[in-house]
Write a protein that binds this ligand. Structure first.
Ligand SMILES: Cc1cc2nc3c(=O)[nH]c(=O)nc-3n(C[C@H](O)[C@H](O)[C@H](O)COP(=O)(O)O)c2cc1C
Length: 437
């Protein structure tokens, strides 16, 4: 099974930064990132992943002080380039938005990262899901969901065209003949589409992986369709086994019409673990972590994901049905989860306490976690896991020290990296240049 880590300097849980072991200033300390990338590599993780949104929050700042995520972080490509110099094998993935970046910039930066890292780059394609980002780029709000995905589809196509500007052997460095490259192996990108009009080419040789790995995490129909056509890795949100299996089968079932084999896309299911020597100990750790989150912060997250303001409502009453917007324009999966909770008749306080933003938390012993992971993969719910490590260093130490050895003993997880590149490690084909097909 493949393993990715969603890395946040002190852990991905909103309470993590307040724990005694959390390190103030870690978000902007590159040495901190390097130490963790090396730890993850020692544990043979396939992918170190940095999420991103090109914005900070501009309102409700007093409440956001309690969850400073996105208020103070380093830009992914810069961090990943630095990590490339201090790691050898682990994949390096980062988010870049198709709504707010030009295809040339995306293609160039990820191609450069792929060269710098020797074939370990991965691009997480997102359409961005908040209006804070839109307002940094001249818009009042995000364009509609469907339009964002149409643009994303065209953006990925243009990025891939740029990545195929040069054939693999285009650069010959013929000193005698005074020819650095073979012009017959250069292919100009001449694209005139609905969202992008470009004429040009990438100014860097074809990437070691041909194309850096493409990741996606959209759960909507449009998101799944784009992933089925273009992605090699999909981050699935957790949920029940039945829901995950349905997602997996649906997503992989969509690939055939694009001429793609199902094993060329790996679904990594979100898995939040809290590990203890007993279940009770793990649950106590989880409650301790949750104790660092004030209720108003949970209500603010609910407001954001339901795309309407809830901070004015009483905590101990149900959320009125008329507060539910007609449709989601941001995170479909999160939105649907909240609507379900509202319709169950729970109070706002109860909903705030049980809402996990798509994160499945599993509290258990190392054996239980390993059993659960084994069943998940063997029953067709996913090809591996994406771990948003809830707090650091605790969760990583527990998982790497206690769960991974069990998985390795059972032959379910590698003891050495396979090959040189991220594609090699994940068993993904290296794409043939589209001009040679
Ligand atoms: C594990 C994971 C990581 C994500 N990382 C990002 C991110 O870095 N930036 C972002 O804007 N959205 C991120 N998303 C959100 C999705 O990419 C997607 O935009 C969102 O789910 C809305 O699309 P949908 O309506 O198709 O589900 C992430 C989602 C998941 C599950």
């Amino acid at each position: 099974m493949a393993l990715a880590c969603l890395f946040q300097a002190n852990g991905q849980h909103n309470g993590a930064w307040r724990m005694p072991e959390a390190e103030p200033g870690a978000d902007t300390d590159i040495q901190h990132y390097i130490r963790y990338a090396q730890k993850l590599e020692a544990a043979k993780f396939d992918l170190f992943f940095l999420a991103d949104t090109p914005a900070s929050r501009t309102d409700n700042l007093e409440v956001w002080t309690k969850s400073p995520i996105y208020q103070n972080g380093l830009e992914p490509i810069t961090v990943l380039s630095a990590l490339a110099m201090h790691t050898r094998h682990i994949g390096l993935g980062g988010t870049m938005s198709t709504s707010f970046s030009e295809p040339f910039n995306i293609a160039r930066q990820f191609a450069a990262l792929d060269h710098i890292s020797g074939g370990r780059a991965a691009w997480n394609v997102v359409t961005s899901a908040n209006d804070y980002a839109a307002r940094n780029f001249g818009l009042d709000r995000l364009p509609p969901h469907a339009r964002r995905y149409e643009k994303a589809g065209e953006c990925v196509d243009v990025v891939q065209k740029y990545w195929d500007t040069w054939e693999d052997d285009a650069f010959i460095f013929d000193k005698e003949g005074a020819r650095q490259f073979d012009p017959a192996k250069y292919h100009v990108v001449d694209h005139d589409g609905e969202f992008f009009k470009v004429y040009g080419g990438l100014n860097v040789a074809r990437a070691p992986q041909g194309h850096p790995v493409i990741i996606q995490a959209g759960a909507s129909d449009a998101g799944k369709e784009l992933a089925a056509r273009t992605a090699q890795v999909v981050f699935g949100t957790g949920g029940s086994k039945e829901a995950a299996r349905a997602f997996y089968t649906d997503l992989k079932g969509r690939m055939a019409k694009y001429g793609r084999a199902q094993d060329q896309l790996k679904v990594l299911s979100g898995l939040n673990v809290i590990i203890g020597d007993t279940v009770q100990e793990a649950e106590e750790k989880y409650e301790y972590l949750r104790s660092f989150i004030p209720p108003e912060l949970s209500v603010l997250y609910l407001s954001m994901d339901l795309e309407t303001q809830l901070l004015d409502l009483p905590l101990d009453a149900p959320i009125p049905e008329d507060r539910i917007p007609a449709a989601s324009n941001h995170h479909t999966a999160y939105f649907n989860q909240i609507v379900e909770l509202i319709r169950s008749g729970k109070t706002l306080r109860e909903i705030a306490a049980s809402y996990k933003r798509g994160n499945r938390f599993m509290c258990g012993t190392p054996e239980m976690v390993a059993d659960w992971m084994e069943e998940w993969v063997s029953e067709g719910c996913g090809d591996g896991f994406m771990l948003p490590l809830a707090y650091l260093p605790g969760i990583l130490d527990d998982f790497a020290g206690k769960v991974i050895p069990i998985l390795q003993e059972r032959g379910l997880y590698k003891t050495e990296y396979a090959g040189e590149t991220l594609r090699d490690g994940l068993g993904l084909d290296r794409p043939v240049n589209q001009h040679l097909l």
